[in-house]
Ligand binder design. Structure first.
Ligand code: GLU
Length: 331
């Protein structure tokens, strides 16, 4: 281990010596010195956040020579984790549910004790996400009301969906602590657990189509989307929830033949006020200037419009994003 490290240092030093001499070496060194490394926090690899981070990184990294920005993507526990990691300076950007953005900036839910996350800044919103309840047909679950007494993955702490599941259950009079066996496992494991018979159902707040839901609906155990109804009180109470449905034709393996009622939020792209204006400007500009190419990078982006990407944001816009929107006549 130690030897490998020493060898690595020697090699690096040698490499620096080689590229450090001569005119082209100087150029490379200068470019290296200017490179800004940024990381985007996403979600589980079978969600839509992870490919979304990848799509943004792909567009931005194409212009590495222009901006000196090198963008990488990290798989994480989801929205709440991402907000906290951005606030701590461990990540520079993240994909975060619109409801979680609202709660963070206003000091609600997971941020009730910590207070308002005043450094949080919005960049743009992305695809719609729906609160998706996937259930095994043999468990006899057609609607959220049927979850009493069942084993259900409501989402890991750190995920966006966990609070959505709890809110929906509460709205229909189910206490997740006492009326059912609630699991708090990462979404990436849900499909496997359902297929293995270890859970009866799971919640996932996600864009469609998603790898996780494809995996869940393509196994031997028959699966259906259960509706989430009886939640009018929820929609009235919280400004960030809206009616939505699951487009079941995207999942031919599911038992449903008609779209399934539920509610939804939006995925948004956020950062911190501490991230420099030119970095946020560059990312915003590249995504919007290459909007048609960006839209092709995931089928969940089919519904996106430039104007729509400025909606669903509750944290103040980062000055770098605002600068671009003004230039582009979007603000
Ligand atoms: N909405 C989920 C969350 O915030 C992540 C969904 C995804 O990864 O696509 O935890």
């Amino acid at each position: 281990m130690k030897k490998a490290l020493i060898l690595g240092v020697v090699l690096m030093f040698g490499f620096a010596l080689v590229i450090g001499c001569g005119p082209s070496g100087e150029k490379q060194e200068a470019a290296k010195a200017k490179t800004t490394f940024i990381t985007i926090g996403t979600g589980g690899i079978t969600g839509v956040y992870y490919p979304t981070g990848g799509a943004i990184a792909k567009i931005v990294n194409k212009k590495k020579d222009v901006y000196g920005i090198r963008c990488t993507v990290e798989s994480t526990g989801g929205s709440v984790f991402n907000v906290n990691a951005i606030m701590a300076g461990d990540l520079q950007f993240g994909v975060v549910q619109s409801d979680r953005q609202y709660q963070a900036i206003n000091g609600l839910a997971e941020w009730k004790d910590k207070g308002k996350q005043e450094d949080l800044r919005a960049v743009f919103s992305i695809h719609p996400e729906s609160i998706t309840l996937v259930a095994a047909v043999d468990a006899g679950i057609n609607d959220i009301a049927d979850l009493k007494g069942k084993r259900v993955n409501i989402g890991n702490p750190g995920s966006g969906q966990r609070q959505n599941s709890i809110d929906a259950l509460e709205a229909v009079g189910i206490d997740y602590k006492t009326d059912m066996n609630a699991e708090g496992i990462k979404a990436v494991e849900s499909a496997g657990l359902l297929q293995d018979g270890r859970i009866d159902a799971f919640f996932y707040t996600v864009g469609h189509p998603s790898g996780s839901i494809k995996e869940a609906t393509a196994g031997v155990r028959k699966v259906r989307f259960a509706s989430i109804t009886g939640i009018d009180s929820l929609l009235e109470k919280y400004p960030y929830y809206a009616k939505a449905y699951i487009p079941v034709k995207l999942y031919p393996g599911a038992e449903n033949t008609e779209n399934v009622d539920t509610f939804g939020v939006k995925a948004t792209f956020v950062t911190s006020i501490k991230v420099p204006e030119d970095v946020v400007y560059a990312i915003t500009k590249e995504v919007f200037d290459n909007f048609d190419d960006f839209k092709k990078l995931h089928p969940a982006y089919a519904v996106l419009t430039k104007e729509g990407m400025l909606e669903g944001l509750s944290a103040p816009l980062h000055p770098g994003a605002l600068k671009y929107y003004k230039e582009a006549g979007l603000k």
